[in-house]
Design a protein around this ligand. Structure first.
Ligand code: ZN
Length: 417
């Protein structure tokens, strides 16, 4: 899969092509090792899929390294079963997509939101799930998620399998409450106040510190979001402490954040420059100024005396390139199409308010991440506005509306497989 992706992107000819492809595959393999040992350590691996035939039932087995809480539902015309698995990666041998037998005609799998896997089983006719359960590891076997399908009528298929989602019975944890919680999970947003502790961030007019200003905004935004009862918030820091950029990202991922916002305030040598702006991740900066800002923000880890990571930019970029394409699409939708549109109604925006650059803090491969520059504290008027509590409430309300709108559109939206 990776090989195909890479050859599509890099078209060369003959030996050169072979050599370059080999080098890239090597880089990607070491990158995957890196991912497996760090970022993906807590993610569930789907390792194999098998079909077993019995008298009149078909057993469908998914091998996993961990227990999961899948959702299963059916769709008719044509008949298919959808199994959604939260926070998974697929490590299935390639020929498994061709498996069929009994009630099963074929199989497809992929991601329907970043990190959330979906298996679609194409059926030969309407079925009923006679049994479904998880078997814990035994001998050399891993966790197994088992379904037994038997034939049924169209009416019963529609009634029992869809359109509502059904949650699997888990033989090893009978906590109904837990299952309810998973079904009705609120979207999680991680809000990051930039800088902190030894790192003051930008210094503005009359000595105002970016780190203190953005913490005030994070607390106000948190208050407004909680009041909606529709979103769970996680604050990366809620006091004046230093957190490394990679730990900010790791904390967001650890809390299963669905969206990550990092709040900042900007500085410019030209004190007339002002306005609100939003940044998304890019390998290449959209302009010199965006790259300078990225360099400045990324220095935070150097200030904290931390190693920026053992891997070269080249490896990281290739890694990011394929793991991040989908996530980045969502980040751009939030920044450009929702947040800035909402902000433009009542807030002064920077010229070209959506920009992109290589911000370390935005590099979580599976969490849409946006860096927001609230305004320029080197512009006297804007600094005064940012310090004004009424403006703070107004600007946080803009961000809140954008966040709610984003989750309305992009959270738990089940696309027809
Ligand atoms: Zn900053």
């Amino acid at each position: 899969m990776f090989y195909l992706f890479l050859t599509k992107r890099f078209r060369f000819s003959g030996l050169v092509s072979l050599l370059i492809t080999n080098i890239i595959v090597l880089i990607v393999l070491s990158a995957i090792n890196f991912l497996a040992s760090t970022a993906l350590a807590e993610i569930t691996r789907v390792e194999d899929i098998r079909i077993g035939l019995r008298d009149n039932s078909t057993r469908f087995v998914i091998d996993l390294n961990k227990k999961v809480s899948p959702n299963i539902f059916g769709l008719e015309d044509p008949y298919r079963i959808v199994i959604d698995l939260p926070q998974v990666e697929f490590f299935i041998p390639q020929n498994r997509e061709k498996i069929s037998g009994g009630h099963i005609k074929g199989l497809r799998y992929g991601f329907f939101t970043p990190g959330n896997g979906r298996l679609v089983i194409d059926l030969r006719g309407p079925i009923k799930v006679k049994n479904n359960f998880m078997i814990p590891p035994q001998d050399s076997k891993k966790w197994r998620l088992v379904f037994d399908f038997i034939s049924t009528t169209r009416e019963e298929f529609i009634e029992t399998m869809g359109p509502r989602q059904r949650h699997i019975r888990d033989e090893y944890s009978h906590s109904k409450n837990l299952r309810k919680k998973i079904n009705k999970r609120l979207p999680v947003i991680a809000i990051d106040a930039g800088h902190g502790g030894v790192d003051p961030g930008a210094i503005g007019v009359s000595g105002v510190n970016e780190k203190n200003l953005v913490l005030d905004y994070v607390k106000e935004l948190d208050r407004q979001l909680r009041a909606t009862n529709r979103i769970k918030t996680v604050l990366i820091r809620d006091d004046d402490t230093f957190v490394s950029l990679r730990n900010r990202m790791a904390k967001a991922r650890g809390m299963n954040a669905d969206l990550f916002l990092s709040l900042h305030a900007n500085a410019h040598k030209d004190n007339t420059v002002r306005g609100f702006s939003a940044y998304t991740l890019s390998e290449k900066a959209s302009d010199v100024e965006a790259q300078q800002l990225a360099n400045k923000e990324n220095k935070s880890d150097v200030i904290g005396g931390l190693n920026l990571g053992p891997y070269s930019d080249e490896v990281q970029n290739i890694l990011i390139d394929f793991a991040q394409a989908k996530t980045n699409e969502l980040s751009i939708i939030f920044a450009r199409d929702i947040l800035l549109k909402e902000a433009s109604k009542s807030i002064i925006l920077l010229k070209r308010p959506w920009r992109s650059a290589g911000f370390t803090v935005l590099k979580a491969p599976d969490v849409p991440s946006i860096l927001i520059e609230l305004g320029y504290i080197t512009n006297k008027e804007e600094k005064n506005l940012l310090n004004n509590s009424e403006y703070k409430r107004k600007l946080c309300a803009v961000m809140k509306r954008a966040i709610l709108k984003y989750f309305d559109l992009h959270f738990s939206k089940i696309k027809t497989p």
